[in-house]
Design a protein around this ligand. Structure first.
Ligand code: PAF
Length: 283
């Protein structure tokens, strides 16, 4: 496995590789990231990954400085998973002096996470455009755990022709249902227990949908009521939206993405499920 820092080194190493799957990360890897690597290996000849805690997607007062980092462990995990090339840049390699461009993706980036974290998706779209422009992969692999990010990145990739295919892989979960996230490291013991409320609430929404409930407001309320019953959980939003446009649904629904952002102790946790599609991981 080659580990490189500069844009020029990435280009040189990439030129020697064939059909390439690419997994961008901010490090502190867990099995969710490794499942993306496994999927990339299954679909392409070679696999590249990046580890970069992207400053432009963090707002003022967010956890940029304290975001968990362990590059040595990350590199060992990526090597074991069979990755061929890792880009581990310094901020100046990604944003060289004079850097002035930013990428705005439009309406899908303005709701939900975009509304709660202004500028977040500008930072995500900009860094992913840079990563794709430098790495030039054939496919990009991202997790469904960050549902809105996957919608934004599909739009970005299609609009700017940055990569042929965006593959969205299922959310990795702990045995009790908690979605895998690097920020789970912030949970203390009590909050860790309480954090299962997100997946429990989504399961309740799925059970109502599977039993025939189709009214958007009722489904949203079923999910919200489960979260609201957990005293340690502070709801940012509970959404029932169109899976492609992320516009909030009203009245009878068919295809629906249920998603939420909930603060439990220190971290703000995200989770989601597509009510109209199987979600075996959620149980
Ligand atoms: O999902 C993440 O870890 C980040 O948002 C990404 C896609 C690596 C961009 O910094």
């Amino acid at each position: 496995m080659k580990v490189v820092t500069t844009r020029a080194e990435v280009r040189e190493e990439r030129a020697a590789l064939g059909r390439l799957g690419f997994v961008p990360t901010m490090g502190y890897l867990h099995d969710g990231h490794l499942s993306l690597v496994r999927e990339a290996r299954a679909r392409s000849e070679h696999v590249a990954a990046s580890i970069f805690v992207n400053p432009t997607q963090f707002g003022p007062g967010e956890d940029l400085a304290s975001y968990p980092r362990d590059p040595e462990r990350d590199l060992a995990l990526l090597e074991e998973a069979g990755v061929d090339l890792v880009w581990l840049p310094q901020p100046g390699d990604v944003y060289p002096s004079g850097f002035a461009t930013s990428v705005e993706v439009g309406d899908v980036a303005d709701v939900l996470e975009g509304a709660s974290r202004p500028g977040h998706f500008r930072g995500v779209a900009t860094v992913v455009a840079i990563l794709l422009g430098v790495v030039r992969p054939d496919l990009l692999l991202v997790g469904q755990k960050d549902l809105q990010q996957s919608v934004v990145l599909r739009r970005l990739a299609a609009d700017l022709s940055l990569v042929d295919e965006v593959v969205v892989c299922p959310t990795g979960r702990e045995p009790d249902g908690l979605a895998l996230s690097s920020r789970n490291a912030y949970l203390d013991e009590e909050d860790r227990r309480a954090a299962t409320v997100l997946s429990r609430a989504l399961r309740a929404g799925r059970a109502a949908y599977d039993a025939g409930e189709r009214d958007a407001e009722t489904l949203r309320r079923v999910i919200r009521d489960v979260v609201a019953a957990e005293p340690r959980a502070e709801i940012d939003y509970v959404s029932l939206a169109d899976p492609e446009t992320l516009v909030e649904l009203q009245g009878p629904v068919d295809r629906a993405a249920a998603s939420m952002a909930v603060r439990v102790g220190r971290p703000r946790l995200l989770d989601n499920t597509l009510l109209h599609a199987p979600d075996p991981g959620l149980g």
